[in-house]
Write a new protein. Structure first.
Length: 197
């Protein structure tokens, strides 16, 4: 009988040790996973969803570090917002405006008239959006001129027609920036001069 009881005890000890080792591995894995999650390495996002450090970031209203005498304080930089669309709560962010220097002059659709339009753009993102506008200005101008040339003179004489053109120009400019730079970021287009002759 004593021979039969010894193997049962060894088998029982072996099971206990395996359970104990399994618990240690399980708890250790949970601890490592928790630490990775806390560090932001393991947050459920795929690499495609992870923030791209090269994309422009939203600029929060307010000031960053205090500026020295005669210096302008830098705005606080926020987070990346996906494809450069307007943030949900735009009132939290600082708008930056940029006047495109040369006016846009184009014939209008089915008419002998032409439009000469000067525009400025607004963005809630950092200076990289403005750099993209400057870098791809020829493509931006081309897209804007195509949209203007497709307008009807009578429609452009109404406020609704002008608002529609603003929305079309915004979409066209964002499309060019997404295509060329991988990020849009234009929140609005403003007319600074608008002449139809």
């Amino acid at each position: 009988m004593s021979d039969e009881t010894i193997p049962q005890k060894k088998g029982g000890k072996r099971k206990k040790w395996m359970i104990l080792i399994g618990l240690v591995v399980l708890l250790g894995g949970a601890g490592v996973g928790g630490a990775l999650f806390a560090m932001g390495i393991l947050d459920g996002k795929t690499h495609a969803e992870a923030e791209d450090v090269n994309k422009p970031k939203l600029v929060l209203k307010g000031e960053g570090a205090p500026a020295g005498e005669g210096e302008k304080a830098e705005p606080v930089i926020g987070t990346v917002a996906g494809n450069g669309s307007t943030p949900k709560d735009a009132s939290k962010y600082q708008a930056t405006y940029y006047q495109i220097e040369a006016p846009f002059t184009s014939n209008l659709r089915d008419s002998g008239s032409f439009a000469q339009i000067s525009i400025a753009i607004a963005t809630y993102y950092d200076s990289r959006v403005l750099q993209n506008i400057k870098q791809h200005e020829i493509a931006v101008r081309s897209a804007a001129l195509m949209r203007i040339a497709d307008q009807d003179e009578l429609e452009l004489s109404t406020p609704e027609g002008k608002e529609r053109l603003q929305a079309e120009l915004k979409a066209a400019i964002n499309h060019v920036l997404i295509e060329k730079a991988g990020f849009g970021g234009i929140d609005n287009v403003y007319f600074t001069n608008f002449v139809i002759q």
